[in-house]
Design a protein around this ligand. Sequence first.
Ligand code: BES
Ligand code: MN
Ligand code: ZN
Length: 498
Amino acid sequence: MEFNVKSGNPEKQRTACLIIGVSQPRKLSRAGRQIDKMSDGFLSTIIRRGDMDGKLGQTRVLHNVPGTLSDRVLLVGCGKDKDLNEKTYLKILDSLSAALDNLGAMEAYSYLTDINIKGRTIDWKVNQTVMQMEKNRYHCEQLKRQKNEAPKGIRKLVMNVPSRRELNIGEQAIQQGNAISSGVSLAKDLGNLPGNICPPTYLAEQARRLEKTFPPVVVEILEEEDMKELEMGSFLSVSAGSRQPAKLISLEYHGGPSDQKPIVLVGKGVTFDSGGISLKPGASMDEMKYDMCGAASVLGTISAVAEMQLPLNVVGIIPATENMPDGLATRPGDIVTSMSGLTIEILNTDAEGRLILCDALTYAEKFDPDVVIDIATLTGACIVALGRNPSAVLGNHSPLVNDLIGAGKQIEDKVWELPLWDEYQDQLKSNFADIANIGGREAGTITAACFLSRFTKKYKWAHLDIAGTAWVSGDNKGATGRPVPLLTQYILDQLEEK
Ligand code: BES
Ligand code: MN
Ligand code: ZN
């Protein structure tokens, strides 16, 4: 879909559809009042008759509204003014999006960007509009031979900005919204693909595709022999049970000066997690195809950053493997040596994410990072602790953690901090090795992060557990593309600081 910003009076817009907000009870927005005046009270009459109360989610299409140059006027209910906030704004956009899908119009001009949301400027509203429209238009059709009929609906949406002075920031917000949306859509596509179609090799091919599309992206792919040479005994203990070759993918985006330290993103890429010898129960095991959503978010973020041609350096590292039971698979009780030299007693082969991440985190040192952020569908315990709204964040550097929390708030892709206190480290004690790979039933998300923290002492680091946010289950099941918006916003914020 194409987006645009313009500034002007509603009655002067020659468009297939004017979009006007109505708040509760029966209150026209400023653009609405302007149209009402030009049409001798046409809108207020309709509202007085009770056909449009302004309730959140309500929509009405009007044809032949006098005094306008547009074919239709679409009234969108915005709820009570006092209830307006980020959440309700997104709901308004959802109902707009659904209403536009059912119109014959090919383009529309929206005044919903005029709605006042406390603390939010025009660029936020434009950016959210772009992302929400694109989000609602996403369908996973990659593997359907019978594609759904292309839904009708508009091709182009113009958003109003208060004056010509805001045209520039509006256009920039559109550009960012578009780049983030394509990153989200890439992450969703990859997340939704099943394990048989998206093994580690497929993720490597996707990295190569980004390298072809964006010249500043350089990709390197390490094979299992290379990892043996690097002594990544922990990572290789997970791939040992899989017939699919593991890959260690790195993508370097060079947008900034060559001496500028990169932001390094490390994404868990378990293309299917059966649990290994500690086999998972059967119920919902299909969802473990999503266990590479951390990797997908790294690819999506690199794509967004490259599309915006941001002037800084970003590195993506993806340890990609399957976790399968097999004669050669790692057994519970096995002890392996990680690339860092620490030995690990593997008490549960289903705690495999940390085993591949720890070697990838040691590998990250070679990029001399400014900061390292890892992203992983790491623990079911995260869903128990926080549910499915925020991702969890833990780290060894509070300014970094706070930057991530702030970026998440800004772009509506929230994270919430859990404590990474030393007290929890004791749960990882092992009688036979330096560290055990599980910490018992309690505080599972925290002890998983404690495990990673043993490998991240040389740099500023934060860990995002996206187990509850990377996908949704049920009738509308599918990958969400989170936390691509959060990561991209964080990177944009760093740019502003520099
Ligand atoms: N990929 C899973 C975590 C997961 C499970 C995410 C369910 C979302 C939904 C991870 O590899 C795993 O199996 N973790 C174990 C750790 C445990 C053995 C300490 C878990 O959460 O049960
Ligand atoms: Mn597992
Ligand atoms: Zn897993």
